[in-house]
Design a protein around this ligand. Structure first.
Ligand code: HEM
Length: 358
């Protein structure tokens, strides 16, 4: 009696319908350049893992979280104190969100300094920028949900600043607030944006980003292109095994931070109380916040904060248009973008540290 290999049968059944062998062939062909800056190739993968953690923990938090001003704070307190491992899931969600944004900065600047945005990766860069904005929006909307004192007043400051953005700011802030004051309308809107709109946008844009990464393969820095002997390694299994090791290392770091420094919960927000002293936004908005604090109320005929916001707009725009302006044909422009990147990084780090210590 001949034995039937059910595994193989199932594989060929699936292959005929989904075409896995084609995908495996593509994966087998993929190669990654090996050079001194190869470590930066791991950043996007780490971001992917952190996003997966966010999705999973977010779904678990939604089981008990109540998006109502009368119960939001107590529901988070309940998760923290009454649900098995609730504190861990919440702490993981909050820590991983912050670590994700940090990794995204590293990913963006490593791609920037390696000039990975140049042809044919312009759309990879634009979609990456969109992902960064989406992740900022996740951070901003998520911060309010526990409805504690800091969340309330930091959101109030954030929306008041956003309202100053020329042309669209006031309308946008009113729409987000659901009126002139932060209240039930705000929490409903922030919840909806955080758990429905942003995840849909994220999946769509991340899908484009990852597809383009597969299409173009990893970029090669100039020094590597000029090298006489070029070394490549197979993505499967060589790079992928290292990817897994980096992810495992990261899991351990995140788990240690989460367990050793559980995410706190402040007293419930009281919209009628005065803002406590020293309210600050999340660290990734601190550089902007600190810079705006320095500006006088008026600069010439303009409001200081409006000019400050326009200045940030220009700084971000320069990053956005890098692939269009710095195409690699002009050495001077290329150098200018290098210097701009260095100044931006120093400025961002400097103002962030200042904001933390202030
Ligand atoms: C949720 C956010 C993001 C995820 C999950 C993600 C994921 C990835 C992955 C897996 C790769 C391939 C491996 C690597 O180069 O690290 C990659 C490449 C790339 N990403 Fe992202 N990314 C994100 C955000 C960003 C941002 C914010 C930017 C910059 C504005 C960006 C720009 C790029 C570029 C230009 C490449 C090509 C790099 C190369 O070929 O050397 N990405 N991304």
């Amino acid at each position: 009696m001949s034995s039937v290999d059910y595994g193989e049968k199932f594989y060929s059944w699936l292959d005929e319908r989904v075409g896995i062998s084609g995908l495996i062939k593509v994966a087998e062909k993929k190669e990654v350049p090996v050079h001194k800056q190869s470590m930066w190739y791991y950043m996007g993968g780490i971001a992917m893992v952190l996003l997966a953690i966010q999705g999973l923990t977010g779904i678990l938090l939604m089981v008990y979280y109540v998006p109502e001003i009368s119960s939001a704070h107590s529901s988070v307190l309940f998760i923290n104190t009454q649900i098995d491992f609730g504190w861990f899931v919440r702490s993981l969600h909050s820590w991983a969100a912050n670590i994700l944004i940090f990794i995204l900065f590293v990913h963006m600047f490593s791609a920037y300094f390696m000039k990975a945005y140049r042809k044919p990766r312009e759309i990879t860069w634009f979609s990456g920028m969109a992902l960064l904005v989406i992740c900022f929006a996740f951070g901003f909307t998520g911060y309010l949900l526990p409805w504690d004192e800091i969340a309330f007043f930091a959101t109030k400051i954030g929306l008041d600043i956003a309202a100053k953005t020329p042309f669209i700011g006031a309308t946008l802030a009113d729409m987000l607030r659901g009126g002139s004051e932060i209240g039930q309308g705000t929490i409903s809107r922030f919840f909806l944006i955080h758990v429905i709109l942003l995840p849909i946008a994220l999946v769509a844009v991340a899908g484009i980003h990852l597809l383009l990464v597969q299409l173009h393969g990893m970029s090669e820095p100039e020094s590597f292109k000029k090298a006489k002997k070029k070394k490549y390694e197979k993505f499967v299994p060589d790079f992928l095994v290292k990817d897994f090791m980096v992810w495992l290392f990261f899991f351990n770091i995140v788990a240690a931070v989460v367990a050793l420094f559980p995410w706190g919960l402040g007293p419930e927000a009281d919209p009628f109380a005065p803002a406590p002293a020293g309210i600050k936004p999340e660290w990734y908005f601190l550089a902007m916040f600190q810079f705006l604090k320095l500006l006088p109320p008026h600069i010439g005929p303009f409001e200081g904060e409006i000019l400050g916001l326009m200045f940030f707009g220009v700084l971000a725009l320069i990053l956005l248009v890098a692939p269009i302006v710095d195409t690699g044909k002009n050495k001077f422009i290329s150098k200018c973008f290098d210097i701009y990147g260095i100044l931006f990084t120093i400025g961002f780090l400097g103002f962030t540290v200042w904001g933390i210590l202030d």
